[in-house]
Design a protein around this ligand. Structure first.
Ligand code: ADP
Ligand code: MG
Length: 712
């Protein structure tokens, strides 16, 4: 007899009722093993504890009925295009009517002679009992063939029934039958003396009043008759909570492990702060730091004085002043004889950082260099030598800095701007080279509270909430693009006052010729017909680096008045005199991206404006995004809204970003469980008796379940 663990690990084709074809199909739907199947939770539950006989139905009540379709069809209504699908159904006791509004596809789903389970509220309509838009399940013939004798009564009806989402050819009913058999096999194995290993230590389970694994699996798929259906449908039944907790717990243990590995590292040298360092910082500081900036700098410098490498995230909305904080940290490192690498996501941004850092460091004795893809081979070789020799103190570049065969004299600090584009990989890359510098990651995409425990669970976080003094909130308006001429009139008035404007054009892909043509035509049109007296220039990602430089330079110096650009200006570009931004096709952009774009204006003392032009049709999501932007300029609020609209999976986009692929938990719905799991994980690892067993579980879970780069 197989052990329970062996049963869980078994490919689904060994389960009774699953042939090779079905198994292949399930595998395509992501279900390879029995455990995969059992971790695919029902999406909701129906109390079919007792089907009501149709004759006993009362209007005003909700009920489940098991019926056969007598006749059905689609009919029109007086409203053009609005159709009703109607079915006359019966059981042994009587007839009822079910209608579905505006779901014409049901014509191809429900047919005469079918057996249906319907669930919904009843009302009297036109002299007969009617269910309007009931939930339905078709009792399919193929399922009946697959069902074992007797299963029909115990599994699919007569109880609280789990409803699954269809997966490939796996119908909800089929999954129900397979899950039932799998659980039966598990129960038999346990009855024969096997035990199902449980990653949750017993004391954690006791403290949290969580059932053991087997009981939880049963309760999730086949709740007891007494279970609370409402709680189940909110995913708050103890069995559900237990399995979600388990998943989060393993994830958090992994984070703690990773954190400990990092804490075991030692950087080349701790820095020291003395009056000379403080004086040096004051010399370069062009303004007074805000309270938040001071606090963040304090946290960073404290980290730099410790023997372990810093791993800190500096989050703050666009324009909150992260750069100067990073630069002061860089100064501390350099005053201590260490070198600094400053990495930006794009060449344009690297250029900008280079220009402003060089300006700020003018009064100091430190040498700054720029290293990008555009750096000539000869210059590049010289730079390599100077970095290795230590005569260049700070190098600004793109992420290629880490990939390059660079060697430093003594690298003490790495600053990474815009973390979400880089990810955790840079840190790994540095470590692989045997370097253990302090790492400061900056992001203008604030991490929603709900994700902070996952993505950056192993980072320390400093936050800039207040913006530098004198800023006025940007005014944002949303307009149909038919209002374009009014908007141009408004832009002209700003230009006449001496301000500058951005016109952003979306490129689906930075390389798409069609879009590029549209952006080019837009620039020509603005230059020749709309603003002939002003200088209009075009910037896009396919331009040669030196051409980009010319355009950006002209705009920064105020020689170009209107910059038509693709989203290459999205991050970090800083021209304080620009006061208007028009975003064309705003409906095509994501929320975070629009917020980033908008942050290009409002960087100086002038009242600034952002005009979001949209074209119809505008979907529900598009409308919600534009509304959110018009309502707030607070990046933290926007990040939360973005997460709600897109879901955690799409929020960051890449796997490397550290968001685990979850099977049972939901970061939004189960946020509090994540917090509990975090607390328990930290507490557990303080007790060595748990650490060994957990390490094995965690290593497996991180690779196989969460799809994340590993824990050591
Ligand atoms: P971000 O956080 O988006 O990277 P920056 O570091 O580019 O923001 O800062 C935005 C602008 O605000 C810059 O022009 C910078 O010089 C200015 N700034 C930053 N901190 C202050 C401050 N404390 N007082 C005045 N201006 C500041
Ligand atoms: Mg910045």
């Amino acid at each position: 007899m197989s052990s329970p663990s062996e049963i869980l690990a078994r490919p689904l084709r060994y389960l009774k009722g699953v042939g090779p074809r079905r198994a292949a199909d399930l595998e395509r739907a992501g279900l390879a093993t029995v455990e995969d199947l059992l971790c695919r939770f029902p999406i909701r539950y129906e109390d079919r504890g007792h089907f009501r006989p149709v004759a006993a139905l009362q209007p005003g009540q909700a009920a489940s009925i098991a019926v056969e379709v007598v006749s059905c069809g689609l009919r029109g209504t007086r409203r053009p295009g609005f159709k009703i699908f109607e079915a006359l159904v019966r059981d042994d006791t009587g007839h009822a009517r079910a209608i579905w509004l505006n779901q014409p596809f049901l014509r191809d789903v429900i047919a005469k002679g079918q057996r249906l389970v319907l669930f919904g509220a009843l009302e009297w309509r036109a002299g007969s009992l009617q269910l309007t838009n009931p939930q339905y399940e078709i009792v399919r013939r193929e399922d009946e063939a697959a069902a074992e004798p007797g299963e029909e009564d115990t599994v699919h009806t007569g109880r609280i029934v789990p409803i699954y989402e269809k997966a490939g050819t796996l119908t909800p009913k089929m999954q129900r039958a397979l899950v039932h058999r799998a659980l039966l096999e598990l129960a038999e194995a346990v009855a024969a003396g096997g035990t199902l290993d449980d990653p949750l230590p017993a004391d954690v389970r006791r403290r949290r009043a969580l059932p053991d694994r087997l009981a939880a699996l049963h309760a999730v798929h086949f709740p007891d008759a007494g279970a609370d259906v409402a709680a189940l449908n909110r995913f708050r039944d103890s069995g559900q909570v237990r399995l979600v907790f388990e998943e989060f717990f393993l994830f958090q243990i992994g984070l703690v492990f990773r954190r400990r590995e990092m804490d075991a590292e030692r950087k080349p040298r701790q820095v020291a702060i003395d009056d000379r360092v403080r004086q040096s910082a004051l010399t370069v500081l062009p303004f007074r730091l805000t309270g938040d900036q001071k606090q963040a700098l304090g946290e960073i410098v404290r980290d730099m004085q410790r023997p372990q490498p810093m791993n800190r995230l500096l989050q703050g909305d666009v324009g909150s002043g992260k750069t100067i904080v990073a630069l002061l940290a860089a100064l501390v490192a350099m005053e201590n004889g260490l070198q600094v690498a400053f990495m930006a996501p794009t060449e344009i941004l690297a250029d900008q950082h280079y220009i402003s850092i060089r300006r700020l460091l003018e009064p100091s004795r430190f040498r700054v260099a720029l290293l990008t893809g555009a750096t000539q081979a000869k210059k590049r070789r010289e730079l390599y030598a100077e970095l290795a020799g230590g005569s260049v103190h700070l190098v600004v570049g793109t992420h290629a800095l880490v990939q390059d065969p660079l060697s430093f004299h003594e690298l003490g600090l790495v600053v990474i701007d815009e973390q979400h584009r880089f990810g955790v990989l840079q840190r790994a890359g540095l470590r692989a080279k045997g370097l253990h510098p302090d790492v400061l990651v900056m992001t203008a995409t604030p991490i929603p509270r709900t994700l902070a425990l996952t993505t950056y669970g192993d980072l320390d976080v400093s936050t800039l909430r207040e913006s530098p003094p004198g800023r006025r909130p940007i005014k944002t308006v949303v307009k149909r693009d038919s209002r374009r001429d009014d908007i141009y009139g408004f832009v002209r008035r700003e230009l006449d006052k001496g301000r500058q404007a951005y016109v952003i054009y979306p490129l689906v892909e930075e390389s798409s010729k069609v879009d590029l043509k549209a952006a080019t035509e837009m620039a020509d049109h603005l230059a020749q017909e709309v603003f002939p007296e002003y200088r209009v220039m075009l910037l896009h990602g396919r331009m040669k680096p030196d051409a980009k430089d010319r355009v950006m330079g002209a705009f920064a110096r105020g020689e170009c008045h209107v910059l038509v650009s693709t989203t290459v200006v999205e991050v970090g570009v800083d021209v304080a005199n620009a006061s208007v931004m028009i975003v064309e096709h705003a409906e095509r952009f994501g929320l975070a991206q629009l917020h980033q774009l908008r942050g290009r204006v409002g960087r100086g003392p002038y009242q600034s404006y952002c005009v979001l032009l949209y074209q119809l049709p505008l979907g529900v999501q598009g409308r919600a995004r534009l509304k959110a932007l018009a309502e707030t300029t607070d990046g933290f609020v926007i990040a939360e809204r973005d997460l709600e609209l897109r879901g955690p999976g799409d929020f960051f986009g890449t796997r490397q970003s550290g968001v685990p692929t979850l099977r049972v938990g939901d970061l939004l719905r189960d946020h509090e469980i994540m917090e509990d799991a975090r607390r328990e994980a930290v507490a557990c690892l303080d007790r060595p008796e748990h650490a060994g067993a957990l390490a094995t579980w965690v290593r497996r879970a991180w690779e196989q379940r969460f799809g994340l780069v590993g824990v050591g």
